[in-house]
Write a protein that binds this ligand. Sequence first.
Ligand code: KIV
Ligand code: ZN
Length: 515
Amino acid sequence: MAKKHITIFDTTLRDGEQSPGASMNMAEKMEVAQALVDLGVDVIEAGFPIASPGDFEAVREIAKNIKGSVICGLARCNNEDIDRAWEALQYSETPRIHVFLATSAIHREFKLKMDKQEIIDRAVSGVRRAAGYCKDIEFSPEDASRTELDFLCEVIEAAIEAGATTVNIPDTVGYATPAHMGKVIRTLCQRVPNIDKAVVSMHCHDDLGLAVANSLAGVENGAGQIECTINGIGERAGNCSLEEVVMALRTRGDYYQADTRIKSQRLVPTSRLVANVTGLQVPRNKAIVGRNAFAHEAGIHQDGMLKERTTYEIMRPEDVGFAKTDLVLGKHSGRAALADRAKALGYHLTPAQLQTVFDEFKILADKKKEIYDGDIAALVDQQIHDQSDSWSMVAYQVTAGTGTTPSVTLTLRHGNQDITETVSSGDGPVDAMFLAIERITGVTTACKDFRVQAVTVGKDAQAEVNVELEHHGRLNRGRGVSTDSLEASAKAFLNAINRITVHQGAATQPAQATP
Ligand code: KIV
Ligand code: ZN
């Protein structure tokens, strides 16, 4: 019997980007969107166009340039949202408008102050307006899992009648259990008379750690689409993790009799890309894509593995994209080898980008003998960031020691102007460096997080620093990589400052200039 196709709807760029501090710039969003196409995702939710000019622009650029997946934009059930979504989506060859409206009693009473009939009327008018623009319309009754089942059936029937081709059932607050979610989907499939005219979709949040289980329960009971994100990122505890749900369906195809068109070997590279551009690192023990997901420590397990792999392994690491060895390049490697490796890691470099990355690669290869995948990803990510950076680092000098006040002399570049500042203050060289950056850029922040880790193995490994800076109540993350951990810290801080200036709409002017 042929397996049922499950549509994979990825919302990393919309719900995933709503994770605090996970915002991406335009170049990063384009890179992720292309990686999602390469992964075989059916639908990409590119953003919420009315939310901000940046969101609008990202959806429009993705709609214009990314081919191979349906491109979707989110809208509330009102004319202004829907018109704005279409304004951004109209360039796509395969556009989808996703309209949503809360339906649960708690949202009706406290948030919307609307009765049941008003909700149905609003849902119908929203779906109709969207259907006037394109054929592919998704409707979501927000907080569906806490909506009275009879009323949910009524809303869904009306939305399909009005033109919805996908009806998505969100467990918005991550409250459902698998049995509950299974019953909701089963009831909709049995009781809504026109349900065969639409695809039923799952959208589960992970507040109780049940998002994947709830999505699978939906598939068992008739759902044909799963909404998910790379690494499970998203609001609060996140969304259903794409890699987990896809590998559950594939590994247990015998049970679910369903599959997706995801190219599973692209899971690890895509996971790394999203971790790098969002700064949300993947826990080591994360299923499928965590560093330890295929590591066998116990002697009994290792012994079993040596005798027969399947004694302790239900999937092969290479099937999800782990390379047998990631020691790839060295000083004598050429541009073609680098281009090849970057491609395998999921990056699409223009000839000019490749040249810059290659130049940086040669400098790095002089500093460290062995270049790993993690090093290459860091070089390429830096290149992607640099495209939109208004501030960059030129040079620094530092003096610090036990019982002395640290002193940093730092030069930053802004346009074609170099600005130097000396700071003798702070409780250590990193603090002094951050103060110097704030003084030069004129952007004052509160540092909420500062993490240092090694990109790869060995004493000469590059340091990766991640920071989270609060500016006007908004978290902005930054990432910097260098063989010098102080330089990596400065780069991370500057990366976050650059995001702040982009968010403000215009680059911050230098606070003061010294020749
Ligand atoms: O969680 C949710 O309810 C959503 C909707 C907009 C689909 O993200
Ligand atoms: Zn959601």
